[in-house]
Design a protein around this ligand. Structure first.
Ligand code: NAD
Length: 347
């Protein structure tokens, strides 16, 4: 199916604004649009520029705090499209511990969507999350995949998930009341090169890759796994995520309609460790930390709706994406060991 994308609907000099561009997904999105030949991209993040995970040459890159209204007005000046991927976020270790920080991301979306509207932007994208789904439906590792209607009745992940649900509602009402075209994707775990791999915000594939590398490097062939390892997840490779964002944003059928953007290839954390052992060529003694944050028991993405509307779903096999991610983290690990900067892996 030939879905509309930025490349087929925008002029190459239309201004694209990307919030959170110093981070993982928005950094990849910035690169994607740059590679497509867009000449006016404004990338924004609150982090100082040297700490950005990727810096794309030729892109206007601004360090600004987007929880501040005036900064959002400045960020959206002249924008044709606005992508909001800025949020205070991390893996379970972060979102279970720092609920206030997660909730405060509501300020970013609240000011960004209003600023986008005032600037006359044609389309606005919001990155929601599978954490917006009712946690009661995720208590079993064999839980059925989550479909879009499972967010209500609402019982989202405390903090992070509720912020996402409220921000989704903003997007829906800006379309209903003011006719600004909004797009809402509920991402399920995203992984890949240039993602956080150390420092406390990393997610399972990156954290476990790093632990395998550390074990090999130190010669201490043991690994600590959070929880009992039976918890299940699906993981979406970054390239699929970026492609999905572009298609969802430009699909008129999906205006103001939350949609899953995730892989439907379910895997347990134990199986993920086995895959990594295979990739690394090592066997580790496993220890389980049952007191560590582990999130819901099981979560998968039901892709019926995205298949129906776009005729597509994220489809990079997990092993293929994990091999690339592992190789990248290994390279970063060695770079850091050599005393060179690695922004996505700060201790
Ligand atoms: P990330 O942490 O790598 O990137 C987020 C960026 O937002 C960071 O660089 C951070 O500095 C920036 N930011 C935070 N507060 C800001 C502020 N006040 N002003 C300006 N910038 C600010 O995270 P990511 O994985 O790239 O996630 C991007 C989006 O996707 C987030 O909204 C996240 O909630 C959502 N999401 C991600 C995943 C995933 O698996 N990575 C899953 C579900 C949803």
């Amino acid at each position: 199916m030939n879905n509309p994308t930025a490349a087929t609907t925008l002029h190459k000099d239309d201004l694209i604004v990307i919030a959170g561009a110093g981070g993982f997904i928005a950094g990849a999105l910035t690169r994607h649009f740059h590679e497509q030949g867009f000449t006016r991209i404004r990338a924004i993040d609150k982090k100082p520029l040297p700490q950005w995970y990727q810096r794309v040459p030729g892109v206007e890159s601004l360090s600004m705090d987007l929880s501040d209204r005036d900064n959002c007005v400045r960020a959206c000046e002249g924008a044709v499209e606005v992508y909001n991927l800025a949020a205070d976020m991390g893996g379970m270790g972060f979102i279970e511990r720092f609920r206030i920080e997660c909730l405060r991301s509501i300020l970013i979306n609240t000011h960004m969507i209003e600023a986008a509207y005032q600037a006359g932007a044609q389309r606005y994208f919001f990155s929601s999350s599978a954490c917006a789904y009712n946690v009661e439906l995720q208590k079993d590792p064999d839980a059925r995949a989550l479909k879009e209607s499972d967010a209500y009745p609402a019982m989202a992940e405390r903090g992070y998930g509720w912020e996402k649900l409220m921000s989704e509602m903003f997007c829906q009402e800006y379309w209903a009341e003011r006719r600004m075209k909004t797009a809402i994707a509920r991402f399920h775990n995203v992984y890949g090169p240039h993602g956080t791999w150390d420092g406390g915000r990393e997610k399972a594939p990156a954290a476990l890759s790093r632990k395998v590398i550390e074990a090999q490097d130190s010669g201490n062939l043991e690994i600590t796994i959070w929880g009992d390892g039976h918890q299940t997840r699906s993981f979406m490779y970054i390239d699929d995520c970026v492609q999905g964002i572009d298609m969802i944003m430009h699909c008129d059928e999906l205006i103001a309609t939350p949609i899953n953007l995730g892989s439907s290839e379910l895997i347990s954390i134990n199986a993920l460790v086995s895959l990594l052992e295979d990739i690394a060529g090592v066997k580790l003694e496993r220890h389980y930390d049952l007191d560590a944050p582990k999130g819901v028991a099981g979560r998968n993405s039901d892709n019926t709706f995205i298949q129906q509307v776009l005729g597509w779903e994220p489809n990079t096999p997990f092993r293929t994406g994990l091999e690339k991610t592992y190789a990248w983290i290994k390279d970063q690990y060695e770079t850091r060991k050599a005393g060179l900067p690695t922004p996505a892996g700060v201790h």
